[in-house]
Unconditional design. Structure first.
Length: 252
């Protein structure tokens, strides 16, 4: 058997990814920052496979250690055909504070939660992913690191953090390709989540966002989970260091 770690999996893209992987028979370590009940509900939906829920701040190395320990316990002994198969670094948040109003606390929280946490996760997971010679790491970026439009929220703190994540992905891909490990990122466009976690936009802003999507609709979490699952698969063995835009044509 093998296992995949999915961070930020209490709802939205992370939860959809867990459901899709569980349907493929992949054991899961389901992470949440603080929403234990939500993560437990996702685990219940994935009852066909073995699951472990880990709660903790991804900016803390101890949380990364707990995730990887849980994954190895689920997946088998290091060096066998199981162990850690993949990591999906999804934990994060969107902050639309304008650059003029951006203070150090907001910027540092964005960088710590996304860039620093992904750096910790890469550094500690890559040796484990290399054991099987076919490990997969997928980070979740965002269109906000690529698209800046007058009259639209530019999410400067989030853009900076996601750009940093993409740089880490490319560096890790180059350093680990020869070990059989692929490292990629998926950059979603506007994703309409469940009402309890509607994200950083108001209803009116969602309407305006829809006008910027050539495909004419907002993405669902499942739209993003599908390419994540592909990048975790054996079929994606020759794809690494890539930023896959899944945004309905926004970054054409």
């Amino acid at each position: 058997m093998s296992s995949v770690v999915v961070t930020g999996a209490g709802s939205g893209i992370g939860a959809a990814t867990c459901r899709r992987l569980a349907a493929q028979g992949i054991d899961l370590v389901i992470h949440t920052g603080s929403r234990r009940a939500a993560a437990d509900a996702v685990a219940a939906e994935c009852s066909a496979v073995r699951t472990t829920v880990v709660v903790g701040d991804m900016a803390l190395p101890s949380t990364v250690d707990a995730l990887l320990d849980a994954a190895m316990a689920l997946g088998g002994a290091p060096g066998d055909a199981g162990g850690l198969r993949g990591v999906v670094a999804n934990a994060g948040f969107a902050d639309k504070t304008s650059l003029a109003e951006l203070d150090d606390d907001i910027l540092e929280r964005s960088l710590r939660t996304m860039v620093v946490s992904v750096a910790h996760l890469l550094r500690k997971s890559l040796p484990l992913l290399a054991l099987s010679g076919q490990g997969r790491f997928v980070a979740i970026s965002s269109f906000v690191a690529h698209r800046f439009t007058l009259g639209a929220s530019t999410f400067p703190a989030t853009a900076a953090a996601k750009a940093g994540v993409e740089a880490l992905v490319k560096a890790a891909a180059a350093e680990n390709a020869a070990r059989g490990v692929t490292v990629n990122a998926v950059a979603p466009g506007y994703v309409r989540k469940d009402r309890a976690n509607a994200g950083a936009l108001t209803d009116e802003q969602w309407k305006q966002a829809l006008l910027r999507v050539p495909a004419g609709r907002l993405a669902t979490p499942d739209d993003i989970a599908a390419p994540i699952a592909f990048l975790l698969s054996r079929e994606a063995a020759f794809i690494t260091g890539q930023i896959l835009h899944v945004d309905g044509g926004m970054t054409l």
